[in-house]
Ligand binder design. Structure first.
Ligand SMILES: [Zn+2]
Length: 251
Protein backbone atom coordinates (compact mmCIF):
# COMPACT_ATOMS: atom_id res chain seq x y z
CA UNK A 1 0.00 0.00 0.00
CA UNK A 2 1.31 3.44 -0.89
CA UNK A 3 2.10 5.73 2.02
CA UNK A 4 0.07 8.95 2.20
CA UNK A 5 1.98 11.83 0.68
CA UNK A 6 2.84 14.48 3.29
CA UNK A 7 2.73 17.85 1.60
CA UNK A 8 5.91 19.68 2.60
CA UNK A 9 4.01 22.90 3.33
CA UNK A 10 1.66 21.45 5.95
CA UNK A 11 1.77 21.19 9.73
CA UNK A 12 2.98 17.59 9.45
CA UNK A 13 5.55 18.65 6.88
CA UNK A 14 6.77 21.38 9.25
CA UNK A 15 7.00 19.03 12.24
CA UNK A 16 8.92 16.44 10.25
CA UNK A 17 11.32 19.16 9.04
CA UNK A 18 12.01 20.16 12.66
CA UNK A 19 12.44 16.50 13.60
CA UNK A 20 14.96 16.07 10.77
CA UNK A 21 17.01 19.02 12.01
CA UNK A 22 16.82 17.83 15.64
CA UNK A 23 17.87 14.40 14.38
CA UNK A 24 21.14 16.04 13.31
CA UNK A 25 21.91 16.92 16.93
CA UNK A 26 20.22 20.33 17.00
CA UNK A 27 18.51 21.71 20.11
CA UNK A 28 15.69 24.26 19.80
CA UNK A 29 16.61 27.46 21.66
CA UNK A 30 15.12 30.87 22.37
CA UNK A 31 16.92 33.94 20.96
CA UNK A 32 18.39 34.90 24.33
CA UNK A 33 20.00 31.50 24.89
CA UNK A 34 21.04 30.49 21.35
CA UNK A 35 24.67 30.34 20.21
CA UNK A 36 25.84 30.50 16.60
CA UNK A 37 28.78 28.21 17.37
CA UNK A 38 26.61 25.34 18.64
CA UNK A 39 23.96 23.10 17.10
CA UNK A 40 21.23 25.48 18.21
CA UNK A 41 18.04 25.98 16.23
CA UNK A 42 15.95 29.16 16.54
CA UNK A 43 12.39 28.78 15.29
CA UNK A 44 11.00 32.14 14.23
CA UNK A 45 7.53 32.86 12.92
CA UNK A 46 6.57 36.24 11.51
CA UNK A 47 2.78 36.50 11.71
CA UNK A 48 1.93 38.55 8.63
CA UNK A 49 -1.68 37.49 8.05
CA UNK A 50 -3.57 35.41 10.55
CA UNK A 51 -3.33 35.05 14.33
CA UNK A 52 -5.58 31.97 14.39
CA UNK A 53 -3.22 30.11 12.04
CA UNK A 54 -0.33 31.10 14.29
CA UNK A 55 -2.14 29.52 17.25
CA UNK A 56 -2.68 26.29 15.26
CA UNK A 57 1.03 26.12 14.50
CA UNK A 58 1.92 26.98 18.12
CA UNK A 59 -0.31 24.19 19.44
CA UNK A 60 1.28 21.65 17.09
CA UNK A 61 4.76 22.75 18.20
CA UNK A 62 3.84 22.65 21.89
CA UNK A 63 2.57 19.08 21.51
CA UNK A 64 6.01 18.04 20.33
CA UNK A 65 7.81 20.04 23.04
CA UNK A 66 9.17 22.66 20.66
CA UNK A 67 9.45 26.35 21.59
CA UNK A 68 9.32 29.08 18.96
CA UNK A 69 9.16 32.87 18.87
CA UNK A 70 6.05 34.43 17.32
CA UNK A 71 6.50 37.97 16.01
CA UNK A 72 3.26 39.93 16.12
CA UNK A 73 2.39 43.06 14.14
CA UNK A 74 0.50 45.78 15.98
CA UNK A 75 0.06 48.08 12.99
CA UNK A 76 -1.37 45.96 10.20
CA UNK A 77 -4.70 45.83 8.34
CA UNK A 78 -4.63 42.00 8.42
CA UNK A 79 -5.52 41.42 12.08
CA UNK A 80 -5.92 43.28 15.33
CA UNK A 81 -3.80 42.03 18.22
CA UNK A 82 -5.65 44.45 20.53
CA UNK A 83 -9.18 43.19 19.75
CA UNK A 84 -10.87 40.69 22.07
CA UNK A 85 -10.24 37.69 19.82
CA UNK A 86 -6.83 38.95 18.69
CA UNK A 87 -5.54 39.46 22.22
CA UNK A 88 -6.85 36.01 23.21
CA UNK A 89 -4.81 34.46 20.37
CA UNK A 90 -1.63 36.34 21.35
CA UNK A 91 -2.04 35.36 25.01
CA UNK A 92 -2.57 31.74 23.92
CA UNK A 93 0.80 31.77 22.12
CA UNK A 94 2.50 32.78 25.36
CA UNK A 95 0.48 30.30 27.45
CA UNK A 96 1.71 27.50 25.19
CA UNK A 97 5.23 28.41 26.32
CA UNK A 98 6.34 30.26 23.20
CA UNK A 99 8.04 33.64 23.19
CA UNK A 100 6.13 36.59 21.76
CA UNK A 101 8.15 39.20 19.90
CA UNK A 102 7.24 42.41 18.11
CA UNK A 103 7.00 42.36 14.32
CA UNK A 104 7.63 45.94 13.34
CA UNK A 105 6.76 47.82 10.15
CA UNK A 106 9.46 50.48 9.77
CA UNK A 107 7.71 52.09 6.78
CA UNK A 108 5.15 53.63 9.16
CA UNK A 109 7.80 55.69 10.95
CA UNK A 110 10.47 58.29 10.24
CA UNK A 111 13.46 56.45 8.73
CA UNK A 112 16.07 57.34 11.32
CA UNK A 113 17.67 54.89 13.72
CA UNK A 114 16.66 57.00 16.73
CA UNK A 115 13.00 57.34 15.65
CA UNK A 116 12.74 53.63 14.87
CA UNK A 117 14.25 52.67 18.23
CA UNK A 118 11.70 54.84 20.07
CA UNK A 119 8.80 53.38 18.08
CA UNK A 120 10.00 49.77 18.62
CA UNK A 121 10.15 50.40 22.36
CA UNK A 122 6.65 51.95 22.36
CA UNK A 123 5.07 49.13 20.38
CA UNK A 124 6.88 46.49 22.44
CA UNK A 125 5.40 48.13 25.55
CA UNK A 126 1.88 47.80 24.13
CA UNK A 127 2.49 44.16 23.18
CA UNK A 128 3.90 43.45 26.66
CA UNK A 129 0.63 44.79 28.06
CA UNK A 130 -1.32 42.24 26.00
CA UNK A 131 0.80 39.17 26.87
CA UNK A 132 1.57 40.38 30.40
CA UNK A 133 5.21 39.45 29.88
CA UNK A 134 8.21 41.52 28.88
CA UNK A 135 8.61 41.58 25.08
CA UNK A 136 12.36 41.84 24.48
CA UNK A 137 12.82 40.70 20.89
CA UNK A 138 11.71 42.29 17.62
CA UNK A 139 11.91 41.65 13.90
CA UNK A 140 11.25 43.96 10.96
CA UNK A 141 8.34 43.32 8.62
CA UNK A 142 9.54 43.40 5.00
CA UNK A 143 12.66 45.41 5.85
CA UNK A 144 14.36 47.61 3.28
CA UNK A 145 18.13 47.08 2.76
CA UNK A 146 18.69 50.41 4.59
CA UNK A 147 16.85 49.21 7.67
CA UNK A 148 18.80 45.95 7.64
CA UNK A 149 22.18 47.64 7.18
CA UNK A 150 21.46 50.23 9.87
CA UNK A 151 21.23 47.58 12.61
CA UNK A 152 18.70 49.41 14.75
CA UNK A 153 19.63 48.89 18.41
CA UNK A 154 17.12 49.11 21.22
CA UNK A 155 18.57 48.84 24.71
CA UNK A 156 17.48 45.66 26.46
CA UNK A 157 15.97 44.20 23.26
CA UNK A 158 17.20 41.69 20.69
CA UNK A 159 16.93 42.61 17.00
CA UNK A 160 16.28 39.31 15.18
CA UNK A 161 17.85 40.84 12.05
CA UNK A 162 21.09 41.87 13.67
CA UNK A 163 24.44 40.66 12.36
CA UNK A 164 24.60 37.71 14.74
CA UNK A 165 21.24 36.13 13.88
CA UNK A 166 21.33 37.00 10.21
CA UNK A 167 24.93 36.10 9.32
CA UNK A 168 26.72 34.24 12.14
CA UNK A 169 23.78 31.83 12.24
CA UNK A 170 22.77 30.02 9.08
CA UNK A 171 19.55 31.72 8.00
CA UNK A 172 16.72 30.24 5.95
CA UNK A 173 13.24 31.59 5.27
CA UNK A 174 10.11 30.55 3.43
CA UNK A 175 8.70 33.18 1.11
CA UNK A 176 5.26 33.32 -0.48
CA UNK A 177 4.64 29.65 0.25
CA UNK A 178 7.92 28.22 -1.05
CA UNK A 179 11.63 27.89 -0.24
CA UNK A 180 12.79 30.54 -2.64
CA UNK A 181 16.37 30.52 -1.38
CA UNK A 182 16.78 26.74 -1.20
CA UNK A 183 15.34 24.14 1.19
CA UNK A 184 16.54 24.29 4.81
CA UNK A 185 17.81 20.70 4.90
CA UNK A 186 20.25 21.59 2.10
CA UNK A 187 21.66 24.56 4.02
CA UNK A 188 25.46 24.16 4.49
CA UNK A 189 25.24 25.26 8.13
CA UNK A 190 23.77 21.88 9.09
CA UNK A 191 26.86 20.03 7.92
CA UNK A 192 29.06 22.62 9.65
CA UNK A 193 27.12 22.17 12.93
CA UNK A 194 26.63 25.90 13.48
CA UNK A 195 23.53 27.71 14.77
CA UNK A 196 20.51 27.73 12.46
CA UNK A 197 17.88 30.49 12.32
CA UNK A 198 14.73 29.28 10.56
CA UNK A 199 11.96 31.74 9.66
CA UNK A 200 8.56 30.41 8.63
CA UNK A 201 5.22 32.19 8.19
CA UNK A 202 2.30 30.23 9.71
CA UNK A 203 -0.12 31.01 6.84
CA UNK A 204 1.79 28.70 4.45
CA UNK A 205 1.90 25.75 6.88
CA UNK A 206 -1.65 25.55 8.18
CA UNK A 207 -4.93 24.98 6.41
CA UNK A 208 -5.51 22.38 3.69
CA UNK A 209 -2.20 20.55 3.15
CA UNK A 210 -2.56 20.39 -0.62
CA UNK A 211 -3.86 23.92 -1.11
CA UNK A 212 -1.75 26.29 -3.18
CA UNK A 213 -0.40 29.51 -1.60
CA UNK A 214 -3.10 31.41 -3.54
CA UNK A 215 -5.83 29.16 -2.08
CA UNK A 216 -4.43 29.60 1.43
CA UNK A 217 -4.67 33.38 1.04
CA UNK A 218 -8.18 33.14 -0.42
CA UNK A 219 -9.23 31.01 2.54
CA UNK A 220 -7.80 33.63 4.92
CA UNK A 221 -9.70 36.38 3.06
CA UNK A 222 -12.95 34.39 3.28
CA UNK A 223 -12.54 33.99 7.06
CA UNK A 224 -11.88 37.72 7.45
CA UNK A 225 -14.99 38.61 5.41
CA UNK A 226 -17.10 36.21 7.52
CA UNK A 227 -15.72 37.76 10.70
CA UNK A 228 -16.48 41.30 9.50
CA UNK A 229 -19.97 40.21 8.41
CA UNK A 230 -20.66 38.80 11.90
CA UNK A 231 -19.33 41.95 13.54
CA UNK A 232 -21.43 44.26 11.34
CA UNK A 233 -24.52 42.18 12.16
CA UNK A 234 -23.68 42.40 15.87
CA UNK A 235 -23.32 46.17 15.67
CA UNK A 236 -26.09 47.20 13.23
CA UNK A 237 -29.69 46.03 13.55
CA UNK A 238 -30.75 47.28 10.08
CA UNK A 239 -27.93 45.28 8.41
CA UNK A 240 -28.80 42.19 10.46
CA UNK A 241 -32.52 42.44 9.56
CA UNK A 242 -31.74 42.75 5.84
CA UNK A 243 -29.42 39.73 5.93
CA UNK A 244 -32.04 37.68 7.80
CA UNK A 245 -34.82 38.75 5.38
CA UNK A 246 -32.67 37.84 2.36
CA UNK A 247 -31.76 34.43 3.78
CA UNK A 248 -35.41 33.58 4.62
CA UNK A 249 -36.40 34.59 1.04
CA UNK A 250 -33.81 32.23 -0.45
CA UNK A 251 -34.68 29.38 1.98
ZN1 LIG B 1 6.45 40.20 8.05
Amino acid sequence: MALPVVSEFSLNGYLSLIESIRGQGYQVKRYAEASSSARHLILRHDVDFDLDQAVRMAEAEAQTGVIATYFILLRTEMYNALSGEGAKAVIRLAELGHDVGLHFDATLHAPTKAALAVAVREEAGVLSGIVRKVVNVFSFHRPSPDVLNDEVQVEGMINAYNEQFFRAFGYCSDSQGAWRHGPPLAHPVLAEGRGFHLLTHPIWWTGEPNASPQQKLESFLKRRIELLDREIQRNCRAYRSTIQANSSKSA
